[in-house]
Design a protein around this ligand. Structure first.
Ligand code: ADP
Ligand code: MG
Length: 260
C-alpha cells in the first residue's frame, strides 16, 4: 500500500506554468470508461492520491505533463489510468494490429511486428516489471495488451515472441527498446501516441541523451503528435533543461510537496 494521504495534513499541490487543471475529487467523477473504473476498484484504489487527482484530468485534456511527487505517492497509476482509459475509448480506431489467431504460429510467424500506442521508459528492469504488473491490472478484461522488455542474457527471444503476439503498451529499458527498434520487422514506433519516462531524473541525463533522442522521436510518425509525460520524485535543473527539448511548449507541471 502507498502512503496514507488522508493522514498527511500538509500536502500541497503546486501547478507551475501557465496551464491550470481542475483536480478530480474521486475516481467516480473522473469520467472513466466502465472497464477502467472496475479495474481501479479491483485494484483496491478508493481515493485518488494528490498527483492522481491532477494528472488524470491533465492527461485526459491532452497536455504534456511533468509530474513530481515523492516515492510511493502513486505516480504509476497517475499516468497509466488516464492513458489506458483514453485507449479504451478509442479501441476501434487505434487498435494495434494482431497476428491472425488462426494462422499464427509462435516462433514461426516472424513477419508480424509490434506497433505499440504507448511506450513507457524505465531506468531499471525492476521498475519496468513493476509498471508492467500495474498495467496488467488496469488492462484486465480489455483488448489492451501490455508487454515488457529489458536486457539480460537469455531473455531476448521470449520477449520478441511476446511482442509478436501484439502489443499496445510497451514498457521497457532503453537498451532493449533500442535493440528491438533497430529491427523494423520486430518493432516500430510509428503509431505511438504517448511516450512516458518514469523516474525521469535518471534518464534525463547527458549520458543518456543520444539513446533517449533515438527512442523519443522513434522514427517516422504515422499521424498526430506524441504526448510526452515525465514522472519523477525529484527534478533537478539539468533534467528540466533536457525535458524542455521533448515537451510541448504548453505543458502542465505538477508538483506535490509538503509545506514547511
Ligand atoms: P510512486 O511511483 O509514486 O513511487 P507507485 O505508483 O509505485 O508510487 O505506488 C505506490 C503504491 O501505492 C503501489 O503499491 C500502488 O499500487 C499504491 N497506490 C497507488 N495509487 C493508489 C490509490 N489511489 N489508492 C491506494 N493505493 C494506491
Ligand atoms: Mg514510480
Amino acid at each position: 500500500m502507498g502512503i496514507d494521504f488522508s493522514k498527511i495534513a500538509s500536502i500541497e499541490m503546486y501547478q507551475e506554468g501557465p496551464v491550470r487543471v481542475d483536480p478530480i475529487a474521486s475516481f467516480k467523477d473522473a469520467g472513466l470508461h466502465p472497464a477502467m473504473l472496475r479495474n481501479v476498484e479491483l485494484a483496491g484504489y478508493t481515493v485518488p492520491t494528490p498527483i492522481q487527482r491532477y494528472c488524470l484530468p491533465a492527461i485526459h485534456l491532452g497536455y504534456d505533463v511533468i509530474g513530481i511527487a515523492q516515492t510511493g505517492s502513486g505516480k504509476t497509476a497517475a499516468f497509466l489510468i488516464p492513458i489506458l482509459n483514453k485507449l479504451m475509448g478509442k479501441a476501434k480506431k487505434w487498435a494495434a494490429p494482431r497476428p491472425n489467431p488462426v494462422t499464427f504460429q509462435e516462433g514461426v510467424d516472424r513477419e508480424f511486428r509490434a506497433e505499440p500506442l504507448v511506450v513507457i521508459l524505465s531506468p531499471t528492469r525492476e521498475l519496468a516489471v513493476q509498471i508492467f504488473n500495474e498495467a496488467r491490472k488496469f488492462c484486465y478484461r480489455t483488448m489492451l495488451r501490455p508487454c515488457v522488455v529489458y536486457g539480460g542474457y537469455g531473455t531476448r527471444n521470449e520477449q520478441r515472441a511476446q511482442l509478436q503476439k501484439g502489443c499496445d503498451i510497451l514498457i521497457g529499458t532503453i537498451g532493449r527498446l533500442k535493440d528491438f527498434l533497430g529491427d523494423p520487422k520486430i518493432l516500430t514506433f510509428r503509431r505511438v501516441r504517448y511516450m512516458v519516462i518514469d523516474e525521469a531524473d535518471e534518464l534525463l541525463d547527458e549520458d543518456w541523451k543520444e539513446e533517449l533522442d533515438t527512442i523519443m522521436c522513434g522514427g517516422e510518425q504515422e499521424e498526430g503528435n506524441i504526448k510526452y509525460l515525465l514522472f519523477s520524485a525529484t527534478f533537478p535543473k539539468r533534467a528540466r533543461d533536457l525535458a524542455k527539448t521533448h515537451l510541448a511548449e504548453t505543458h502542465v507541471r505538477l508538483r506535490v510537496g509538503r509545506a514547511g
